[in-house]
Structure formats: C-alpha cells, structure tokens
Write a protein that binds this ligand. Sequence first.
Ligand SMILES: *[C@@H]1O[C@H](CO)[C@@H](O)[C@H](O)[C@H]1NC(C)=O
Ligand SMILES: *[C@@H]1O[C@H](CO)[C@@H](O)[C@H](O)[C@H]1NC(C)=O
Ligand SMILES: *[C@@H]1O[C@H](CO)[C@@H](O)[C@H](O)[C@H]1NC(C)=O
Ligand SMILES: *[C@@H]1O[C@H](CO)[C@@H](O)[C@H](O)[C@H]1NC(C)=O
Ligand SMILES: *[C@@H]1O[C@H](CO)[C@@H](O)[C@H](O)[C@H]1NC(C)=O
Ligand SMILES: *[C@@H]1O[C@H](CO)[C@@H](O)[C@H](O)[C@H]1NC(C)=O
Length: 204
Amino acid sequence: MRQPTRLVAALAAVFLFCQTQLASAYDTALPHIWPLDPWKISNLKITVPTFGPINISLAIENPNTVSAGPEPQNNGYLPFAPSAANCSVTAERGAGPMKAECVETSQFSYGVFRVTGNNISPPNFTLAFNLEYNVTRWNSPMWKVYDAPATFEVGKNLTLGKYDNATRAWTYELRPENTPFEIPPAMTDCHGYCYIPPPTNDTR
Ligand SMILES: *[C@@H]1O[C@H](CO)[C@@H](O)[C@H](O)[C@H]1NC(C)=O
Ligand SMILES: *[C@@H]1O[C@H](CO)[C@@H](O)[C@H](O)[C@H]1NC(C)=O
Ligand SMILES: *[C@@H]1O[C@H](CO)[C@@H](O)[C@H](O)[C@H]1NC(C)=O
Ligand SMILES: *[C@@H]1O[C@H](CO)[C@@H](O)[C@H](O)[C@H]1NC(C)=O
Ligand SMILES: *[C@@H]1O[C@H](CO)[C@@H](O)[C@H](O)[C@H]1NC(C)=O
Ligand SMILES: *[C@@H]1O[C@H](CO)[C@@H](O)[C@H](O)[C@H]1NC(C)=O
C-alpha cells in the first residue's frame, strides 16, 4: 500500500553515553575484533500520521564483545561490551527540526548509537546505523567506530501498511519472518587494538 508522502528528513538519535559505568572485567583471552556477529533489530515500527511528523521506534542490539586496547597491568585487553538501545526518532516533514530519543539498555558500555536517514518514506528507505565507542584509559584514547546501513521495503521485510482510523495514521512493522532483522556491521575507524588478520584463501 503506497503512502504518498515523500519526506526529506534527517534523523539523528543518540543514546546516553554513561562514562561512569566503566567495564570492571578485562579480557584475559586473546584479543578479538573480527569476525563480528550481525547487529539485531528486534523491533521496528514506523507511524505515519496524516498530519504531523513521522515516528520511527526501534530496538537495536550489538551482541559483540571486542577488544578496545591492551590493559597494561593484567596483560589482557579492555573490552568494549555488547550494547543495546531503544530509539524513538521523530522526523518532521520537509526539512524541519528533528527530535531524537534513545535509551541505553545495557550496562558497562561506552557506546553511542546514531541513526540517520534521508528521504524517509515507508515504501522503500535506508537507515544508516552508527556505533561509536571511545574511552581514554591509561592515558591512551581507544576507539572503534562501526557502520551498518539497512534497507527496508514494504512487502519485502516490512509489513503492508495498516491504517488506524482513530489515530489517522499508517503503521508499518518488521515482518515476523524478518525478525530479528540482522545487519552486518563494518569497522570504519579504530584506535587501540586494531589488527584484523588477513583473509585466508578459504574458498568455501
Ligand atoms: C514514537 O513511537 C513510540 C512507540 O510507539 C512512542 O513510545 C513514542 O512516544 C513516540 N514518539 C513521539 C515523539 O511521538
Ligand atoms: C526496550 O524495548 C524492549 C522491547 O522492545 C523492552 O522490553 C525493554 O524494556 C526496553 N528497555 C528500555 C530501557 O526501555
Ligand atoms: C528503492 O529506493 C532506491 C533508492 O531510492 C531505488 O534505487 C530502488 O529502485 C527502490 N526500489 C524499489 C523497489 O522501489
Ligand atoms: C575519541 O576521543 C579522543 C579524545 O577525546 C578524540 O581525540 C578522538 O577524535 C575520538 N575519536 C572519535 C572517533 O571520535
Ligand atoms: C529488505 O528487503 C529489501 C528489498 O528486497 C532488500 O533490498 C534489503 O536488503 C532487505 N534488508 C535486509 C537487511 O535483508
Ligand atoms: C473513520 O473516522 C471518521 C471520523 O474521523 C468516521 O466518520 C468514519 O465513519 C470512520 N470510519 C470507520 C470505518 O470507522
């Protein structure tokens, strides 16, 4: 079902960066930064009212533990822990102001999630997910930045729109067979422990 409104919107959502919740345990095993498990979107709902801003709410989870950098005293590695967030993003129609709200659901994370998008329109749109970890320990900044774009299309991995007469809004959700929606992240910036082993000639 086609929703006629085209939106030019930029969305930004930042979830709370709680610098006081420092990880208390160190990786003592070998450092790990690759391969990565996909991020999981367990819930995504788009509400498009006849008038007013559209609303995207989603729950995203990064299940990976990665090594930030060497921990000098324990001969191990400071971990960046798995992270998860609930985001509720409001995009004004046109180039209006935007509102963002994300709630961190995991502990011991240094992470900040961002969600951005252009031309958000239910039939077919792409959201760009970005996760940034950054902490300074033992006088060394350590960071890792990950990016993962995700394309959503009504009838493919989103349900057909449902119109609610009472709220005069169309809603779209992830199709059950596409839930959780998995998106592979790529590391796009790194400082600290950053060594990715070269690919093997495995032709499986
Ligand atoms: C957006 O939708 C979510 C879930 O339906 C709701 O909790 C949130 O309050 C909405 N945000 C706005 C600004 O309407
Ligand atoms: C995040 O959303 C999930 C449902 O998708 C809910 O179970 C959980 O309580 C929420 N967490 C927070 C901190 O709001
Ligand atoms: C979805 O949008 C992209 C970019 O706007 C476009 O290239 C693609 O053809 C669209 N796909 C469908 C099925 O409309
Ligand atoms: C991380 O923080 C350091 C120090 O505050 C800063 O120099 C660096 O640019 C930050 N890295 C990223 C990717 O933002
Ligand atoms: C969702 O469906 C669209 C259209 O088939 C596809 O281009 C996109 O890759 C799908 N997204 C995922 C994460 O599978
Ligand atoms: C939808 O709501 C309008 C008023 O907002 C009402 O006149 C109409 O009968 C409703 N239609 C249905 C199918 O409930």
